[in-house]
Ligand binder design. Sequence first.
Ligand code: TUI
Length: 314
Amino acid sequence: MPNSVLCEMLGIRYPVFQGGMAWISDGRLAAAVSEGGGLGIIASGNAPADYVREQIRIAKSLTSRPFGVNVMLLSPYADEVAEVIAQERVAVVTTGAGNPSKYMEMWKAAGSRVIPVVASVALAKLMQRIGASAVIAEGGESGGHVGELTTMVLVPLVADAVSIPVIAAGGIADGRGMAAAFMLGACGVQMGTRFLSAEECTIHPAYREKVLKAGDLATMVTGKRLGHPVRSLRTAFARNYSKAEYGGMPDDELEALGTGALRYAVKEGDSEKGCFLAGQIVAMVNKVQPAADIVREVADGADEVLKGAAGWAK
Ligand code: TUI
């Protein structure tokens, strides 16, 4: 693996982050990734602070290596989750779906490294200015809440605009993707979808089955009308939601249709009521394996590709 500044900064072996996926990335998955030499990240999603504290304690009991917690900034519990993170002195905080400026001082005072997800150059620059240690540039190929730009466009633009390390996310699930991210100016990657098939990932068996079977056109984006576009598997729920969205359902009813949908997918595997978040690269995820093997396979795969890089031009 090319020497990444991220490894030194965070005390990890491979510059591979496991993305914080709501209701999925718990303390056990995060600890398994960190034990494997990557950076495991607990997702707080829309969960209350007590749940997040419990998952942090679980991760601490399973690994002495650094791990992170992701704060979903649209959550009604974001303020209290932010405080728990500071109290627990978590090594790394990542944020998603918004601007985390108001928490920055508190997290830095607690000794955490803050690494926000950004979907634009402007937010990346602002994050650098207020003291972020790095930024995660996430393209719209990713699962969950998506921005406008693709990884291919966003990563080099952000890498040119800031001097802090850039981690690429969105559409990466193997060594080729990781090597490409390096070529675009990133010094690490974050993957979510690839970890849906980790042995330590406790999604409902029906969710896992859908992931393993998904092909290249298996995902779609819904939620644009309410301003929170989300990429998920093209299930009965996603199709119905889309019909309602473009069929003129009032905003409050549409909002209600989406409430609890992530949890239904993860815990009950229910295709009628559940929203199965996944990125476009889900088509490449087709085997179940330990999280540590995923981290190593992707990092070693990138190494292999990069070694042959001089011979690429055909
Ligand atoms: O956050 C994510 N992915 C997520 S969050 C989530 S839970 C959810 N539930 C209901 C509605 C929406 C989400 C599921 N997946 N990824 C990180 C990410 N952040 N992607 C894009 C962004 C982003 C977009 C705009 C970050 C900042 C931003 O800036 C807004 C601003 O205020 O400047």
